[in-house]
Design a protein around this ligand. Structure first.
Ligand SMILES: [Zn+2]
Length: 334
């Protein structure tokens, strides 16, 4: 459909308009392709991602990996309808042994990674940086609600692979995820400026009839020779959906001049795509002097005393690198 198409359908359908050409950064855009029973979200991150990553002096490969985890978190967490929290973390044996992304609904993001610089080598991809271990996703809906935790093994693959495995095994929702993170250099006074940008897309097949959601196994060829394997034929709509999302290029996901609506239109215009209101995202840590102070007071007196260095207690927030200084008296040291 183009903007010239007469909108004469008399139905409950939403109005038809041309895709907006205005790029919206730091937002997740929910969308739906009704004709194929597809739902999804498109995330574009600019200043918020740059703010989180530039507070740490990460090597580029570590920054890119943490950026990928942040995008995945926004794709999975921004659908939370409650005032809760979505936490994604990995514990692995690779150079990046731990990373955490904390999303607090409706819009706050913070994250950090721990890595061993001695183990970093040029050309390591995200799978090699992580190594083997697991990825955990925690949904915390507050003190009165139960906590949900989903786990998936990491075996040297990417975060995209881990997300596919998770949805196949745990949620049993046919799902495809694309993630891209890039560094942008822009010229100007004082030399080129470096910025991080990222984008991601989640696509899920949610047919009304559950039998249409059957999925082919990710691992082929596991059956012993001579044993007939049970061939799963995927629904045509989902085959088409997977083929469309597989055409999305990294550069399209991070292009600062290509709007999210135009990217969705480029992919799905033949079937018709409906977009919903974008959900804004921002980088903001939840640490505060009061919170750090009460954490200090929860420590044993001997541990507090050990923290005094050069006549003061200094606590640095791992998420945002904010530094909090206390006198020994303020820190509760006798
Ligand atoms: Zn902080």
């Amino acid at each position: 459909m183009t903007s010239q198409s007469p909108d004469i359908r008399i139905s409950a359908d939403p109005p038809i308009r041309a895709p907006s050409s205005v790029p919206v950064d730091d937002a997740a855009l929910p969308f739906e392709v009704g004709a194929l029973d597809l739902r999804g979200r498109l995330t574009r991150l600019g200043p918020a991602l740059d703010d989180i990553l530039s507070k740490h002096d990460y090597p580029a490969a570590v920054g890119k990996l943490l950026g990928e985890a942040i995008v995945l978190t926004t794709l999975l967490g921004s659908s939370l309808k409650f005032d809760g929290r979505f936490i994604l973390q990995t514990r692995t044996d690779g150079p990046v042994s731990f990373l955490i992304v904390d999303f607090q609904a409706p819009d706050r993001l913070r994250a950090y990674a721990r890595y061993d610089a001695a183990q970093l080598k040029p050309g390591q991809d995200s799978g090699a940086l992580l190594g083997k271990g697991h990825l955990a996703m925690t949904i915390d809906q507050g003190p009165d609600m139960s906590r949900y935790q989903g786990m998936v093994a990491l075996e040297g693959g990417s975060l995209e692979d881990a997300a596919h495995e998770y949805f196949l095994r745990s949620e049993q929702i046919p799902t495809r995820v694309r993630i891209a993170v890039g560094e942008e250099w822009r010229g100007g006074g004082g030399g080129p400026k470096h910025r991080w940008r990222a984008g991601g897309m989640l696509l899920q097949f949610l047919p009304k009839a559950p039998e249409r959601a059957r999925q082919a196994d990710l691992h082929h060829g596991d059956a012993p020779e001579g044993v007939a394997t049970h061939a799963v034929v995927e629904d045509d709509a989902w085959v088409e959906g997977q083929s469309l999302i597989s055409t999305v290029e990294d550069v399209e996901l991070i292009d600062p001049d290509l709007s999210g609506e135009r990217l969705l239109y480029r992919l799905f215009h033949e079937r018709g795509v409906r977009v919903f209101s974008p959900q804004r995202l921002r980088a903001q840590c939840s640490c505060s002097r009061e919170a750090v102070s009460s954490m200090l007071k929860s420590f044993a007196p001997a541990d507090r005393a050990d923290m005094v260095k050069d006549g003061k207690v200094v606590v640095t927030c791992e998420f945002c690198s904010s530094v909090y200084e206390f006198t020994p008296a303020e820190a509760g040291v006798e």
